[in-house]
Design a binder for this molecule. Structure first.
Ligand SMILES: Cc1ncc(C[n+]2csc(CCOP(=O)(O)OP(=O)(O)O)c2C)c(N)n1
Ligand SMILES: [Mg+2]
Length: 570
């Protein structure tokens, strides 16, 4: 047990840090604050700044964002420690993103002292809430504020277990400053982490799986759709197996925006780029870890917000997910309620391999093997024509200025394709998926909550988890980065190896499109769409910002060529 290396705790905060070590927390990102000065002292002087090691961040939103990226790359939580009311308020945006993205994080904080007789004037009063967890309770899975040092181990073990139980998510634990600083009168019984592991995930109802297998095998044109497929190797292998058994096209909704990649873009059955035509032909859709059914199966009119279903004859939908275990009332993070023909509550990591086995069994007796072979040939050729089309688009757009996203993605690919790369953040407007050998294990997914300020911190978290074992890449939009530019300081200070390619369109461009739609719909001046949106006059010099924060500056490129050394290496 690694905790045996630590001496017996002397103070309340030593107990907290001993628990962090026992539960395998390797890093704690923070911006310092007096409400957790006890924990801070225990981290550096009791545990020697090792397991966990402190990661200094210049904003609590960054601390939580780092933990968010880390959780996805490492597959386990780290801690983000945020100062009482004020740090928690700064952290709240990033906590919301992690909640929507179902990423486990231990958000720890200090408060009080709750005993008013022990408070310093002014600051301890204005920075103490009753109860501090209220601030984020609506978008964490659980929060607690133990009232004695003896109560800390149970609270910690419960928080950890809730965070890592599917569907995962952030938890918030608040420690009274007085408890942290309390000298222990007697030993505090610790918990054995091995006895508080999360329960195994729910498997699907066998009858429902049998029915799903029947529907899929009897379908004329079965389609598999996924949006945030479980990152477990078993789910990723099973989706491939199922697609190949059924000769079913796969539509992966994730192209870098929302969700998490579940299917490789180079697999011949990947038809994500032909969503419309494939869904129109589907008679049965197997939806795997899909959250946004309405967006996935419909098309939105940007002006009226009206959503129309794709196709006139809706397909039967078999849905497997843990969505119904991830409800909260505050924001509609569960998205629209959608009619499903066979909803199955289960972890796809367990349900998919079982479903694949049932399908394989049934197909042994199915005489339509030739039909499936023909379908595979047809789908493969469509897949190839889509990939060809995208590659040709790069050539036609090569001379465009400013540099087209397709060209940016193509040039970055030329530079990294022989590396062991991981895309920590970004998508270059979907072009990375279309042009790269894009595989789920190489992409870390989006923010989840669409709250800007995610990309840089999350990429640092990925780099922290992978620590130079892979080339970490961030295709970073400019506007998103400006919320959290001081992340670059943390990157430099902790020597986190990360290649940031700034996708600098000098604009909060997404909103240019909205303002254009508005102006057109109202017959007003479209030319004004840039006011309050373009990031120019002056345009920030990101290379200088990076250099000033201690990062290595690679320079700026207006006409990228892969032979240009500035595009090579981290
Ligand atoms: C915290 C926050 N503020 C504002 C928005 C609204 N918003 C959505 S996308 C966007 C523009 C993002 O600009 P950038 O990151 O540069 O990406 P681009 O659209 O230019 O590719 C804005 C302002 C948001 N989603 N989150
Ligand atoms: Mg932009």
């Amino acid at each position: 047990m690694p905790t045996q290396e630590l001496p017996q705790p002397e103070f309340g905060s030593d107990v907290v840090v001993r628990l962090m070590r026992a539960f395998g927390i390797q890093y704690a990102a923070l911006n310092p604050g007096a409400t957790f000065r006890g924990i801070h002292d225990s981290l550096v002087n009791y545990a020697g700044n090792r397991d966990p090691e402190l990661i200094l961040c210049c904003h609590e939103e960054i601390a939580v964002g780092v933990a968010h990226g880390y959780a996805k790359a490492a597959g386990k939580p780290m801690a983000a420690i945020v100062h009482n009311i004020v740090g928690l308020q700064h952290a709240s945006m990033a906590i919301f993103n992690a909640f929507c993205d179902r990423a486990p994080i231990l958000v720890l904080g200090g408060t009080g002292p709750m005993d008013t007789t022990r408070r310093r004037p002014w600051i301890d009063w204005i920075h103490t809430a009753l109860v501090q967890g209220n601030q984020v309770r609506d978008y964490v899975k659980w929060d607690d504020q133990p009232a004695s040092v003896a109560a800390i181990p149970e609270a910690f073990a419960r928080a950890y277990r809730i965070a890592v139980t599917e569907p995962k998510g952030p938890v918030y634990l608040c420690f009274d400053a007085a408890l942290q600083e309390e000298r222990l009168q007697r030993p505090v019984p610790m918990v054995d982490p091995a006895k508080f592991l999360p329960g195994s995930s729910p498997q699907a109802d066998p009858k429902a799986l049998e029915e799903a297998a029947r529907l899929l095998c009897e379908a004329e044109f079965p389609v598999i759709m996924t949006e945030s497929l479980s990152p477990s190797p078993s789910a990723r292998a099973a989706i491939r197996r199922l697609a190949e058994l059924l000769a079913a096209p796969v539509i992966d909704i994730y192209d870098g925006h929302r969700g998490r990649a579940g299917f490789s873009s180079t697999h011949p059955l990947d038809l994500s780029g032909a969503k419309r035509e494939i869904i129109r032909r589907a008679d049965v859709i197997l939806a795997l870890d899909v959250q946004d059914y309405l967006g996935s199966l419909g098309e939105v009119d940007k002006t009226t917000r009206e959503v129309k279903p794709i196709g006139d004859h809706p397909a039967k939908i078999v849905a497997i997910s843990l969505n119904d275990y991830a409800f909260r009332s505050w924001a509609h993070t569960a998205l629209s309620l959608f009619p499903l023909d066979l909803p199955i509550n289960a972890d796809t990591a367990l349900a998919l391999p079982s479903l694949a086995a049932l399908v394989e069994d049934r197909l042994k007796k199915d005489p339509r093997a030739t039909v499936r072979q023909q379908r595979v040939a047809e789908l493969r050729s469509r897949h190839e024509s889509l990939r060809d089309g995208w590659r040709k688009a790069v050539e036609t757009q090569r001379l465009e200025r400013p540099v087209a996203y397709s060209v940016l993605a193509a040039e970055v690919w030329e530079a990294i394709k022989n590396e062991d790369w991981v895309l920590a953040n970004g998508h270059a407007r979907g072009w990375a998926r279309q042009l790269w050998d894009w595989a789920p294990e190489r992409t870390m997914g989006g923010s989840g909550g669409a709250g800007l300020g995610y990309g840089l911190p999350a990429s640092l978290g990925v780099a922290l988890a992978l620590k130079g074992r892979k080339l970490c890449l961030d295709l970073q939009p400019d506007g998103d980065s400006l919320f959290v530019t001081s992340s670059l300081y943390t990157a430099a200070h902790h020597k986190l190896p990360l290649l940031i390619v700034m996708c600098n369109n000098r604009s909060y461009y997404n909103d240019e499109e909205h303002q254009e739609v508005m102006a057109k719909a109202r017959g007003r001046s479209v030319g004004n769409k840039v006011i309050g949106i373009r990031i120019e006059d002056p345009a920030p010099d990101f290379a200088k910002i990076a250099q000033g924060s201690g990062s290595t500056r690679r320079g700026r490129s207006r006409s990228p060529k892969s032979s240009d050394p500035r595009w090579r290496g981290p």
